[in-house]
Design a protein around this ligand. Structure first.
Ligand code: PRP
Ligand code: URA
Length: 210
């Protein structure tokens, strides 16, 4: 596996992911499981974030502690990426959020952009994390990565719940610098571009639109 792709196989995540995949899991449960998984993923995604030393006083003595020294920007790809925002902000409440509005045309499977709002403050020492639970063809992810790079936003990580091998290959070929964190890679897509076995349409399952 590409060194830039981290498959997070923690038992707690695999247990919750199995619930998410089930067709009988309702929208409330789906959102709760996605939120719990995102919180667990955040630990892995943020494991290299820079710290700086600070002096503090405990009730007993002076000592040296740490605080996070980098900014974090989250870029959910709407709609489904919004379902992973709370999981991240519970862990890192200071994160700023840029929204990338994008949907996949049902016939062509090409991404169509409809919104882009992002924090203007995009210094080099920022952890930039794109979030979207699903990587099917990888087209939406590639379009989002290119949108951010064309606005000077580099140093990108992509966090997804589930993807196809095809999507991983497409993204890593075009953007080998982008680190991907994902919980499962499924073997194929069906004739409508859905991941098999997958979990269905993440946006519809989160927002109850089907
Ligand atoms: C889904 C998903 C990704 C995209 C993945 O969004 O959340 O953004 O499809 O497919 P791709 O890898 O082939 O581009 P969708 O277009 O269904 O929009 P939605 O989240 O608003 O439902
Ligand atoms: N988008 C989804 O939400 N699910 C898929 O399987 C493919 C694209």
């Amino acid at each position: 596996m590409n060194k830039k792709v981290t498959l997070i196989k923690h038992p707690l995540i695999q247990h919750k992911l199995t619930h998410i995949r089930k067709k009988d899991t309702n929208s409330k449960e789906f959102k709760e499981f996605l939120d719990e998984i995102t919180r667990l993923m955040a630990y892995e995604v943020l494991k290299d974030i820079k710290l700086e030393e600070i002096e503090i006083e405990t009730p007993i003595a002076k000592t040296t502690g740490f605080r996070i020294a980098e900014k974090v920007n989250l870029y959910p790809i709407l709609r489904a990426g919004q379902g992973m925002v709370d999981g991240f902000t519970t862990t890192i409440p200071f994160a700023r959020i840029g929204h990338i509005g994008m949907y996949r045309d049902e016939k062509t499977l090409q991404p169509v952009e409809y919104l882009f709002k992002y924090p203007k403050d995009t210094e080099k020492d920022t952890y930039n994390i794109i979030i979207d639970p699903m990587l099917a063809t990888g087209g939406s992810a590639i379009a989002a990565i290119e949108k951010l790079k064309s606005n000077g936003i580099e140093n990108l990580k992509f966090v997804a719940l589930l993807g196809s091998q095809e999507a991983i290959d497409n993204i890593t070929k075009k953007h080998p610098d982008v680190e991907i964190f994902i919980c499962a890679i499924d073997p194929k897509l069906d004739e409508n571009g859905y991941i098999v076995p997958g979990l269905g349409d993440a946006g519809d399952r989160i927002f109850g639109t089907k």
